[in-house]
Each structure stands twice: as structure tokens, then as C-alpha cells.
Design a protein around this ligand. Structure first.
Ligand SMILES: [Zn+2]
Length: 315
């Protein structure tokens, strides 16, 4: 059997992670390098001339005297936690294939579950925003699914009560391999919702392959062509090669969510899906996810605290 490139690739080992990000100073340097790749630049006047304020916590502009913290205005700014804790969270969230619950994350970081939940959702927000603008291209398999209730990842027609509908779209290469996925919450499976999903998430030159659920015709409103493959239902449908990857991705999500989380409330679904999507789309380079997320994190504003405060603690 062919070796699976994802399964056998080496992630970042814990000792290697400790070597690169083990101290507060190393994490701080990583944040500074991500924020100002060409060296410090004053957010006030653009000057590069600066000095450090005593404790090295602040950069002071030599021209306008503005003092700037490297984490000000970034996702890392909104807590008093050491950066080292944030980087450990980045490690656990990116290197575990199935995701990590906030209970488990809290245990590993030595913080309360509430704190872990906050960190996790802020980093998931970074993942969500990072992938939002990248459209799928070429051939795309599309399928409908639900999170929540008893049938996570299950098919339609079982009643949608307490469940959150989402679209799973998988871009496949010419030789039929999955390239990237999009997992997006939709209001419902109606033509309008699918058209809106397609305009945001799919390039207009896509050929979209679906099982013919009526709403998927909505992709043509975004300029995509739509190809229907009738699958029937039950085990036969699951074996239809046209949907091999959409089905595989949904299966993995189901395993991930039911294995890791007890319950997910609707308002948080986009971030759980974003975590899965982010990891899947970068699965060939696990180690690079930490610097890449750091780069994105310093370009993501602190998440509004009220959003997290409103949130119930679920997983
Ligand atoms: Zn300045």
C-alpha cells in the first residue's frame, strides 16, 4: 500500500518546539519578526528609528515618541497571558490532527478551562479570517451536512432541529486528489444561501460536482458550472467516486468533532469548522503552521471580548 504523505510526515516534535519557542523571549522575538519583517516601523508616523523602553516591553519611536507594544492591536493583546502560553496553544491546536478540547488544552497549558477556551477561540478566529478570502478553483465536490444533534456530519432528511447546516466543498486535482477544502455554515440549504457561499468561496471558473440537491444549482449564480451526479442514497452513494473526497472529509470531521467535543453551539460552529479546514489545507507542512499563524495573528485585531463573553462554555 502506498504510504500516506500526511500520515507519515513529521510534525514538529515537542522537544523541537521547546527549542524554538520554549522561552518568553523566543516567542516575543517570533512575534516581532512576524509583525515587522523589515524591522520596526512606527504605527504612528512610519519611522524606523526607535529605542527600547527600559523593560524591553515597548518600542519608542525616535521621531514622534509614540510607544508601541509588539502585541498591541493583535490577537495576542487581549489577555495578560505570557506569549509562551499562546505559542503552546498554537502548538497543540495545529499539531493534533483531531483538534483539542478546551478542557484538554487548559490541562496542558496549566490554565483554567475558561482561559483555554478564550485562547482557542481567538486562534480559531485567526484561522477563520485567514482562509476566508481564498477561493477554491477548478473541480470542486460539494456536499451538505450538519453539525450538532445526534447526526454530526450526517446527511439531510433527518430533521434539522438543534443542528447547524454547513457546506463541505473539496477542490480536487486533475488526478483526483483533494487539494483544499472549505467548510462553511449556511443559514439553510436554499439556492440563495448556496449562491452566496459560491460567490465568496468559489472561483467563477469552477466546475462544481454535486448530487443534485436542488439548492446546489445556486452555484451557477456565481458563474460556476454545475455538474450533477446522481448517487441514490445509502451505502451506494458513499462509494460513488465523484464524492469520494467530500465524503472522506465529512467522515473525518465527524470523527474529530464527536471524538473531541461534547457539544457545539451554533454561534461557534464557524470557528470549529475553520480549525479543521485550516489544518487540512496545510496538512503537508505541519511545522510551518506555527510561524504562519503567528504572522496571521499579528495581523488580526483583538477579538471583541463581548463575543467571547456571550459564549457559553461547551467544549
Ligand atoms: Zn513615530
Amino acid at each position: 500500500m502506498a504510504r500516506n504523505a500526511v500520515q507519515f510526515q513529521k510534525g514538529l516534535s515537542e522537544p523541537e518546539f521547546e527549542r524554538r519557542y520554549g522561552t518568553e523571549e523566543q516567542c516575543r522575538e517570533a512575534v516581532i519578526a512576524a509583525r515587522w519583517p523589515q524591522g520596526f516601523q512606527c504605527p504612528g508616523c512610519g519611522s524606523q528609528r526607535h529605542s527600547m523602553v527600559t523593560t524591553r516591553d515597548l518600542f519608542q519611536c525616535s521621531d514622534c515618541r509614540l510607544q508601541t507594544s509588539p502585541i498591541a492591536g493583535t490577537i495576542f493583546a487581549s489577555t495578560k497571558l505570557p506569549l509562551r502560553t499562546w505559542f503552546r496553544a498554537l502548538y497543540h491546536m495545529t499539531q493534533s490532527k483531531q483538534g483539542i478540547s478546551s478542557i484538554e488544552l487548559g490541562r496542558r497549558l496549566g490554565v483554567t478551562q475558561t482561559t483555554a477556551w478564550n485562547i482557542k477561540h481567538k486562534l480559531a478566529q485567526v484561522m477563520l479570517e485567514r482562509d476566508a478570502s481564498k477561493q477554491l478553483t477548478r473541480r470542486v465536490e460539494i456536499d451538505d451536512a450538519y453539525v450538532g444533534g445526534e447526526h454530526t456530519g450526517g446527511k439531510r432528511g433527518r430533521g434539522a432541529e438543534g443542528k447547524t447546516p454547513f457546506v463541505a466543498a473539496v477542490e480536487t486535482s486533475d488526478d483526483g486528489k483533494p487539494v483544499r477544502i472549505k467548510l462553511r455554515r449556511v443559514t439553510s440549504f436554499c439556492t440563495h444561501a448556496i449562491a452566496s457561499f459560491a460567490k465568496t468561496s468559489l472561483a467563477p471558473d469552477c466546475t462544481v460536482v454535486s448530487d443534485g440537491l436542488r439548492c446546489f444549482g445556486g452555484v451557477t449564480e456565481a458563474g460556476c458550472s454545475h455538474q450533477v451526479v446522481v448517487t441514490g442514497s445509502g451505502p451506494v452513494a458513499a462509494r460513488t467516486p465523484a464524492f469520494k473526497w467530500a465524503n472522506t472529509a465529512l467522515g473525518n470531521i465527524k470523527a474529530s468533532i464527536t471524538g473531541t467535543y461534547r457539544a457545539i453551539s451554533t454561534q461557534h460552529v464557524p470557528r470549529y469548522l475553520a480549525e479543521f479546514e485550516y489544518r487540512f489545507n496545510r496538512r503537508y507542512d505541519l511545522a510551518a503552521m506555527i510561524p504562519r499563524l503567528t504572522w496571521a495573528g499579528v495581523r488580526t485585531p483583538p477579538m471583541p471580548y463581548r463575543l467571547l463573553k456571550l459564549a457559553e462554555i461547551h467544549a
